[in-house]
Ligand binder design. Structure first.
Ligand code: PMP
Length: 412
C-alpha cells in the first residue's frame, strides 16, 4: 500500500461542482445562478470593450514574454494602487504593492504573511463569507484559530452590526480581521459609512491587523471611488501623516485587490496586495519578507492581465471606456434585481422580497433554504449555492419569469 491510498475523497468546491453539473444538464430550461461571474443580457460571457481595445493595442506592440520582477510590474502596481487609494494617497511611502495571482493569490499571500510575521492568535472572518477565506486561512495559517464574527441577521435580512462589533471587541493585539470593503460575498449587505467608522474605532482600540478583501471595486455601485470608501477612510484616519497622535492605531493593514470581476479578467488571474504600515513605521523590512513569500509561492506573477489593466488605466480614453463598462455591469445587475423582485411580487409569491433590491453586488442572498435550493436544481434545473446565494447575472428577460415561478412553487 501507499499513504496516498489512505486519503479520503473530498467533495469539489461547491461553485465549481455546480458549474460542472450545469454544463452536463441537457434541459433547455436550465439556468446558471451559481458561479460568481458577470453575464451580459444574453447570459453570455462579456469581454469589456475597454479590455478588447487594450488587447488590440498590445497585439500591435508585439510584446515579449520575459519574466516580471518578483513584486510584479511597477507601472501596473502604481496604477492598481491609484485605483484603490486615489492618486494622492497612493504616493505615500507607507504603502507597498506586490502583484498577485488575482484576489485569491493576494488573500493567500496575506494569510501566509500574517501567519509568519504578525502571528495572530485569531483571525476574525465573517459568518458567512466567500468560502475560500476559510480554506485559505486553514492552509496558510493552520495554527491560527478562525473566529467567525456574526455578519448577517437572517430575520431582518440585514447586517448584524451589533453582533459583528461585539465579537470584534474580543480581539487582542495583532489578531487579524478580514473585511469586505464592498458588495459582501455572499450576503450583498455592506456596513453604512457610520457603521464603518464604529468598526474602525473598535479595530484601533483592540489594535487588530486589518485585511481588506476588495473583489468588487466599481462593480458594486458602478463608481470605483464610492466602492473604495471604507479602505480610504481607514487609510486617512489611521495611516496618513496627519493621523499621528496619541490615539491607538491598528497594527497594520493589507488590502487584497482583485481585477477578476471589475475588468472581467477572471481566468487571467490578475490582482495586487498592498501593505500599509502606521505612519512613521518603515515598510522596508516587512516588504522584503512579503516578496520572499511571493518568490516561494509563485516566483513572479503573470504578464497578460497586468498589461491589460495597465494599458487601460494609463490611457485617458480607455479609462473612461472602462468607467462606462463597470457602470454597464452594475446597472444590468440592478435591473435584474428589480425585474426578479417585481415578478415575484406580481405573481404573489409568499414572503417579502424587497431584500433582493436592498442587496448590492454580484449576489442575492435569497433566504431560500437548502431544501428549496435542492428542489430548484432537481425539478427546475436552476442552479445556485446551497446557502441560497444567487448570482444575479445569470438572469435575463427570457428566464426571469421562469425563475420567479419556480421560486414561488418551492416556497409554497
Ligand atoms: N474575495 C472575494 C470576496 C471574492 O468574492 C472573490 C471572487 N469570488 C475573490 C476574493 C477572488 O477572486 P479571484 O481570485 O478570481 O480574483
Amino acid at each position: 500500500g501507499s499513504i496516498l491510498g489512505d486519503l479520503p475523497v473530498l467533495p469539489l468546491a461547491e461553485s465549481f461542482a455546480l458549474t460542472a453539473a450545469y454544463k452536463t444538464d441537457s434541459s433547455p430550461n436550465k439556468v446558471n445562478l451559481g458561479q460568481g461571474v458577470y453575464r451580459d443580457k444574453w447570459c453570455q460571457p462579456w469581454v469589456l470593450p475597454s479590455v478588447r481595445a487594450a488587447e488590440e493595442l498590445l497585439h500591435k506592440e508585439r510584446v515579449n514574454h520575459e519574466y516580471l520582477a518578483i513584486q510584479g510590474d511597477e507601472s501596473f502596481n502604481q496604477k492598481a494602487r491609484e485605483l484603490l487609494f486615489d492618486s494622492r494617497i497612493s504616493q505615500q511611502k507607507n504603502i507597498r504593492t506586490v502583484q498577485t495571482i488575482a484576489g485569491t493569490g493576494a488573500n493567500y499571500l496575506a494569510a501566509s504573511f500574517c501567519a509568519r510575521h504578525i502571528r495572530p492568535k485569531k483571525v476574525f472572518i465573517s459568518n458567512p463569507t466567500w468560502d475560500n477565506h476559510y480554506e485559505i486561512w486553514k492552509t496558510a495559517g493552520p495554527e491560527i484559530t478562525q473566529q467567525l464574527y456574526p455578519y448577517y441577521n437572517s430575520n431582518e435580512r440585514c447586517l448584524d452590526f451589533g453582533g459583528m462589533v461585539k465579537e470584534l471587541e474580543k480581539g487582542e493585539e495583532n489578531d487579524v480581521v478580514v473585511l469586505h470593503p464592498c458588495a459582501h460575498n455572499p450576503t450583498g449587505h455592506d456596513p453604512t459609512r457610520d457603521q464603518w467608522k464604529s468598526i474602525a474605532e473598535v479595530i484601533a482600540r483592540r489594535r487588530l491587523f486589518v485585511v481588506f478583501d476588495s473583489a468588487y471595486q466599481g462593480f458594486a455601485s458602478g463608481d470605483p471611488d464610492a466602492d473604495a470608501w471604507a479602505i480610504r477612510h481607514f487609510y486617512s484616519i489611521f495611516f496618513s501623516d496627519v493621523s499621528v497622535s496619541q490615539k491607538p492605531l491598528p497594527a497594520g493593514m493589507i488590502v487584497c485587490q482583485s481585477f477578476s470581476k471589475n475588468f472581467g479578467l477572471y481566468g487571467e488571474r490578475i490582482g495586487a496586495l498592498h501593505l500599509v504600515s502606521p505612519p512613521s513605521v518603515s515598510t522596508q523590512g516587512a516588504f522584503t519578507h512579503l516578496t520572499q513569500l511571493a518568490r516561494a509561492q509563485i516566483s513572479c506573477p503573470s504578464l497578460f492581465g497586468a498589461r491589460i489593466v495597465n494599458t487601460i488605466l494609463s490611457d485617458n480614453s480607455l479609462r473612461q471606456t472602462w468607467e462606462q463598462d463597470v457602470k454597464t455591469m452594475a446597472l444590468r445587475i440592478r435591473d435584474v434585481r428589480s425585474a426578479l423582485r417585481s415578478e415575484l411580487e406580481r405573481i404573489e409569491t409568499k414572503g417579502d422580497w424587497s431584500h433582493i433590491e436592498r442587496q448590492i453586488g454580484m449576489f442575492s442572498y435569497t433566504g431560500l433554504s437548502r431544501q428549496q435550493v435542492e428542489m430548484l436544481k432537481n425539478q427546475y434545473h436552476i442552479y445556485m449555492l446551497g446557502n441560497g446565494r444567487m448570482s444575479m447575472s445569470g438572469l435575463n428577460e427570457e428566464n426571469v419569469a421562469y425563475v420567479a415561478q419556480a421560486i414561488k412553487d418551492v416556497v409554497e
